[in-house]
Ligand binder design. Structure first.
Ligand code: GAR
Length: 201
């Protein structure tokens, strides 16, 4: 089974969706380690409950960003990970880290990229007045939410939506999109050609 590491910062509902789809046999993967940049992230508890190795690596406990990322890199490498999954990881990784894991980092973003990158993708969509938004699963490059797109799911934006109501609607789709993208990766069905990701049948 191919091993992945999951980086998280918070409640970990996307991590839970991945764990659930591994448990029910849909996803042929093993989560070798879960790493959080916040020691109180509920995602860590979810991992521990499932018997998955979990660790907090906090930026403030490290001498520099380089040191922080070196520790994350070591934890992923020690666990034998082939892929890094960003599941609500709220930090920008440096070009140095991204280049070490070239085309081996997958992120989920709560908007239809390239619209509304960065923080509060759902709030940005509501404020802009778009009629549709959604989520994007993509490979990570050196930019912010700018790497090659694997798949997207679309949801309508309602007139009375707030950031929170739209986030809830998008989250349902995130929990479908991330396992779907990881399954395609695990089965070697993703071919990256420049900005484009071809999905093999
Ligand atoms: C998700 O909505 C994810 O798309 C978003 O954080 C949330 C994490 O939820 N990620 C980003 O905004 C990354 N820029 P979770 O901890 O319940 O999976």
């Amino acid at each position: 089974m191919r091993k992945v590491g999951v980086l998280v910062s918070g409640r970990g509902s996307n991590l839970q969706a991945i764990m659930d789809r591994i448990a029910d046999g849909y996803l042929p993967l093993e989560i070798a380690v879960v790493i959080s940049d916040k020691s109180d992230a509920y995602a860590l508890e979810r991992a521990q409950k499932a018997g998955i190795k979990a660790a907090a690596i906090e930026r403030k406990a490290c001498a520099s960003k380089d040191d922080f990322e070196a520790k994350i890199n070591a934890a992923l490498t020690d666990a034998g990970c082939e892929l890094v999954v960003l599941a609500g990881f709220m930090r920008i990784l440096s070009a140095n880290f991204v280049n070490k894991w070239h085309h081996k980092i997958i992120n989920i973003h709560p908007a239809l990229l390239p619209s509304f990158p960065g923080l509060h993708g759902q709030g940005q969509a509501v404020a802009y007045g778009v009629k549709f938004s959604g989520c994007t699963v993509h490979f990570v490059d050196e930019g912010t939410d700018s790497g090659p797109i694997i798949l997207q799911k679309v949801v309508p934006v309602m007139d009375d939506d707030t950031e929170d109501t739209l986030a809830d609607r998008i989250l349902v789709q995130e929990h479908i999109a991330m396992p779907e993208a990881l399954k395609l990766w695990a089965e070697d069905k993703l071919v990256i050609n420049g900005r484009k990701v071809k999905v093999l049948a």
